[in-house]
Design a protein around this ligand. Structure first.
Ligand SMILES: NC(=O)c1ccc[n+]([C@@H]2O[C@H](COP(=O)([O-])OP(=O)(O)OC[C@H]3O[C@@H](n4cnc5c(N)ncnc54)[C@H](OP(=O)(O)O)[C@@H]3O)[C@@H](O)[C@H]2O)c1
Length: 234
């Protein structure tokens, strides 16, 4: 048991949920956050039955108010945070091209995938600064890598490229001042609701790099982009 506190956003299904279960089994105090209370209640029951020590927290990363409320709750319950995993993400476009992608779809995607992570980094850095090994893991995607850019899913790509920039900015400000390490990750193409059934990776493979990043020590990496624990180009 290591008793470190890990908060995961958008963790009611997919990579976030699988990561939560794996980290709880490693002895972390995991806080699953999600935007739907019913999903959290169902998960809480399931984990209690399985004997897993997992806490739940309502947080919609698209809302400043919800993130601030969640921060107050963590502050009261735990007084600190060791690791923040910014996992919540969406793809809300389909069948659009550059020429007809509605600006609202870009804005809505950006509000969750990019601003969501910025909101939580801004809200939680002071609680992270109280940890001996504070780290932030931003779930990005190779689809946002400007050195490996293809066409399609433009809103998603823009949101993840911008998340990578926010990771670097976070690293520069938070690592120097507060020793908070900030990393971006790509899990590969994983079979989840987002990745779909044709994805090349099972959940266990997809989360292995996330587990690796959470387990990096206080002198570990910051300001870098990883897949499977190996640095990749931005
Ligand atoms: N799967 C892949 O192949 C792949 C590849 C590269 C990167 N990623 C990234 O990995 C992360 C997890 O993806 P996934 O495949 O596990 O996707 P997923 O199965 O679709 O799960 C996404 C999660 O994000 C939550 N979410 C969405 N908007 C939210 C909001 N405003 N506030 C809080 N939670 C919110 C969803 O909650 P609801 O149930 O309420 O919708 C859900 O729990 C994402 O950031 C994704 O971009 C995935």
């Amino acid at each position: 048991m290591n008793n470190e506190i890990v908060l995961i956003t958008g963790a009611n299904r997919g990579l976030g949920l699988a990561t939560a279960e794996a980290l709880a089994k490693q002895g972390y105090q995991v806080i699953i956050s999600a935007r739907k209370q019913q999903a959290l209640d169902e998960l809480a029951q399931r984990f209690t039955k399985a004997g897993l020590k997992i806490d739940t927290l309502l947080m919609d990363v698209a809302s400043d108010q919800s993130v601030q409320q969640a921060k107050k709750i963590i502050e009261q319950r735990y007084g600190k945070l060791d690791c923040l995993v910014n996992n919540a993400g969406v793809i809300i476009e389909s069948n659009y091209e550059f020429t007809n992608l509605p600006s609202q779809v870009i804005a809505d995607t950006f509000n969750i995938n990019t601003l969501g992570a910025i909101r939580t980094m801004q809200a939680f850095y002071k609680l992270l600064a109280k940890s001996k090994n504070p780290r932030i893991v931003n779930m990005s995607s190779g689809m946002g890598a400007i050195t490996d850019m293809n066409s399609g899913y433009m809103a998603y790509r823009i949101s993840k490229t911008a998340l990578n920039v926010a990771t670097l900015q976070g690293h520069q400000e938070l690592h120097d001042k507060y020793k908070i390490r900030v990393m971006a990750l790509c899990p590969g193409w994983v079979k989840t609701d987002m990745g779909g059934p044709n994805a090349t990776r099972e959940l266990a493979e997809g989360i292995s790099g996330i587990i690796w990043a959470v387990n990096t020590p206080a002198n570990g990496p910051s300001g870098k982009f990883f897949r499977d624990g190996v640095e990749i180009p931005w």
